[in-house]
Design a protein around this ligand. Structure first.
Ligand SMILES: Cc1ncc(COP(=O)(O)O)c(C=O)c1O
Length: 395
């Protein structure tokens, strides 16, 4: 069998490796507490599920979905953007529902990237930005996200020849994995950079609704001229605990939205319609579930950050996102530290290096862990500190 080079050069997807490790331990009968994956543990709110079940009973929804999705869903997305961000979108040409944001992020590379083309990709980052670039035959040019720059890419240090030839620039705020946030000044700067260098902006924004202490993240689409240069990916996964239903959207520049629709209509046959009705309910129904979930994440955030600081890891309480980004103790790489926690106390965290070279020195902990597991996980972290201190004292 002769496989394509693009498959042979791909690294395994980060979380597949982590899940395999967890499963190995569990198969040996060991209890593992995982802070690894950002998959909301709370159920989809009941009113959304009721609508889904009702729509599933209707034979009209048993057939192929309408091309480019139900117009009512596109309108619901446009209305949600207007209400939440005061951004006006044309529901027919500037909105496209997706089978989860990940699907659109993966496919949009096919709209821009020819072999050897460059996409500017943050490092560390959600791995799909670079992998989709590589699958399309292109090359990621990595923009370091460092604490000194508040985990924003420094656009001024991108070499002129790279900026001039790049086709696409990826950004993601609130950020995974660093949990950093961006303001409108930064987004305005990004628009100017895109105009200067004639490149497209893809902003990935699935965490705008997961925010704490009253903070309200902004949308890239609020920046002056954003619609002329780019699009924003969004998702119902994290806002409404709908990761399992697979539904998201891309909004913004009609040329880009149209190109992605062309790619998609040749590859997939749409989102199951019952799920589209559930999404309409989520976006147009009561929104109090968002605050309720955020209050729970905020409480967990405080417990996790306090414990991490207590055991000697530097971590700031994030303003938004589902993650705590913590510095590993001195003397460890991120993989060594993650392995040590797993072996010593059965706790799984994600090593920062998995998100890129500049993720080294950090681990990511997700707040999507039910309270009972969280309490156990935290006491195991305390146990890790105590064993380490005993070991140090003996030396
Ligand atoms: C930054 C980022 N983008 C996109 C996604 C995927 O979202 P969806 O579930 O809508 O595919 C995730 C999921 O963890 C993410 O962290």
């Amino acid at each position: 069998m002769k496989m394509a080079r693009r498959i042979e050069s791909l690294p395994p997807y980060l979380f597949v490796e982590i899940i395999n490790k967890i499963n190995e331990k569990r198969a040996k009968g060991e209890e593992v507490i995982s802070f690894a994956i950002g998959d909301p543990d709370m159920p989809t709110p009941p009113h959304i599920i009721e609508r889904l079940c009702q729509a599933a009973q209707d034979p009209a929804n048993h057939r192929y979905p309408e091309a480019a999705s139900l117009p009512e869903l596109r309108q619901a997305i446009a209305k949600w953007y207007k209400k939440r961000f005061d951004v006006s979108l044309d529901a027919d040409s500037e909105v496209l529902p997706l089978i989860g944001a990940k699907e659109g992020i993966a496919h949009i590379a096919l709209c821009f990237i020819d072999p050897e083309d460059i996409a500017l990709v943050p490092d560390p980052a959600y791995p799909v930005f670079s992998i989709s670039t590589m699958l399309a035959g292109g090359k990621p040019y990595y923009m370091p996200l460092t604490m000194e720059n508040n985990f924003l890419p420094d656009l001024d240090i991108i070499p002129e020849n790279i900026a001039k030839t790049a086709k696409l620039l990826w950004i993601n705020y609130p950020n995974n994995p660093t949990s950093a946030v961006a303001d409108l000044d930064f987004f305005n700067k990004v628009v100017k950079f895109a105009q200067q260098h004639n490149l497209a902006i893809c902003h990935d924004a699935p965490y705008t609704e997961v925010a704490f202490d009253g903070y309200r993240p902004v949308s890239f689409m609020q920046a002056d001229g954003a619609k002329e240069v780019g699009v924003e990916f969004h998702s119902l996964s994290k806002s409404y605990n709908m990761t399992g239903w697979r539904i998201g959207m891309v909004v913004g520049n009609p040329k880009i939205v149209g190109a992605l629709n062309t790619v998609k209509s040749n590859i997939d046959s749409g989102i199951p319609q019952a799920i589209q009705y559930a999404a309409i309910e989520a976006l147009t129904g009561p929104q109090d579930c968002i605050q309720q979930h955020n209050a729970i994440y905020q409480r967990r955030r405080d417990l996790v950050v306090d414990m991490l600081n207590d055991i000697g890891l530097e971590a700031e309480p994030p303003k938004a996102s589902l993650y705590v980004w913590a510095k590993v103790p001195e003397g460890y790489t991120s993989i060594e530290f993650a392995n040590d926690l797993l072996e010593q106390v059965g706790v799984v965290v994600t090593p920062g290096i998995g998100y890129g070279k500049h993720g080294e020195g950090y681990v990511r902990l997700s707040l999507t862990i039910p309270d009972a597991g969280l309490v156990k996980g935290l006491s195991r972290l305390a146990g890790w500190r105590d064993t380490r201190n005993k070991f140090k004292a003996k030396r």
